[in-house]
Design a protein around this ligand. Structure first.
Ligand code: ATP
Length: 337
């Protein structure tokens, strides 16, 4: 089966800026695929090239087996949801959702039925006659989603669609987006700079840095086995151990990333001794920063807010251990963070 989206040799230059460099990527049908990276890393440009709003400097875009590089956005079987929703303020909710169908010449009755169905799928039945300004941010975002899915695209492109929402609403909408994608069964390509969001939602994640995909994999692969220091610190938090420090923990003598939740304090079999430099209370957990004896390095541990963690304080002596299976060796050719 052809992939939903196939990018080959994609390159995009704006003047002197290389926004996307030599990108080859296949996104499968029905996949929830995220492009994750810091601001300016090229994710939005890739999305806009897939949608047809931007022409690549070189390379090709194929959608569902068909080369669409030269096609206009409306001729491509995809739809885009933008962060700013782009709703028509003077039109009612239902008219906003019907808009694309009207342009496509769909008859009034059928248009209404499809728009009602799309609104119901984003849980906005009953809001037909409101104007966008009479809705909350989350409701406006759902109207934008309804407007995109009513056209039955084969793939939906989402550019930071939850970026304008506060944290609670954002978390709620993440669950709704995932459910929507499952029920529609179509490909979602999701752009975000929020690593939690990418890990929570995606089947696969592409991590971008400076116009390139630096790692591609499932959320678990990317989180548990970050390839280089940039990924280890951009996706979740890690302590980066120099080779000599890694060796002290009984690990191979190469640069290694360690997640704080995989660091154990005062394990029965000893470990590396150190002194607690900081205890940071986060509610459900304590982040504990330890100065390791004799190596001039610090490591962070995460302990749940129960038992021993509640008794720890600055200056306490502890021993630190790392499960070898939980440490991620980094590629030697990787640039330093
Ligand atoms: P953000 O998360 O901030 O949206 P991004 O990862 O999506 O960032 P892009 O918007 O794709 O990054 O931008 C990649 C690079 O291309 C940046 O250096 C940006 O300044 C540049 N760029 C993007 N669009 C244009 C444009 N129309 N003209 C000139 N430079 C551009």
């Amino acid at each position: 089966m052809d992939p939903a989206i196939r990018l080959r040799g994609l390159h995009k230059r704006f003047g002197d800026t290389i926004a996307v460099a030599d990108l080859d990527l296949d996104i499968a049908e029905g996949e929830f695929f995220s492009m994750l990276g810091p601001s300016g890393s090229g994710k939005t440009t890739v999305l806009r090239i897939i949608a047809g709003f931007e022409q690549p400097t070189s390379g090709s875009v194929a959608l569902f087996g068909r080369d669409v590089t030269a096609l206009a956005p409306f001729a491509r079987p995809v739809n885009t949801v933008f962060q700013d929703y782009a709703l028509f303020p003077h039109l009612s909710v239902i008219a906003n959702v019907e808009y694309g169908l009207r342009v496509a010449g769909v008859a009034r009755k059928e248009r209404r039925a499809k728009a009602e169905e799309a609104l119901a799928s984003v849980r906005l039945a009953g809001f037909e006659d409101r104007r966008p300004h009479e809705l909350s941010g989350g409701q406006r975002q759902r109207v934008a989603l309804a407007r995109a899915i009513v056209l039955r695209p084969q793939a939906l492109l989402l550019d930071e669609p939850l970026g304008a929402l506060d944290l609670k609403l954002r978390e709620q909408m993440q669950v709704e987006l995932k459910e929507l994608q499952r029920s529609l069964g179509i490909t979602f390509v999701f752009v975000t700079h929020d690593q939690d969001e990418a890990l929570t939602l995606s089947d696969r994640v592409a991590v971008f840095d400076a116009g390139r995909v630096v790692q591609l994999g499932t959320p678990r692969e990317v989180y548990d086995h970050p390839r280089n220091p940039f990924i280890a610190s951009f996706v979740g938090s890690s302590t980066l151990l120099e080779p000599d420090v890694a060796e002290r923990f009984g690990l191979p003598a190469i640069a290694t990333a360690v997640r704080p939740e995989r660091v154990t304090l005062d394990a029965p079999d000893g470990g590396v001794a150190g002194t607690i430099a900081e205890v940071i209370y986060t509610g459900p957990e304590h982040r504990i920063v330890i100065d390791l004896d004799g190596v001039g390095a610090r490591i962070t541990a995460l302990e749940p807010n129960i038992g021993a963690a509640q008794r720890r304080s600055r200056g306490d002596r502890v021993t630190v251990s790392i499960d070898p299976a939980a440490a991620a060796p980094l590629e030697s050719d990787a640039p330093a963070a």
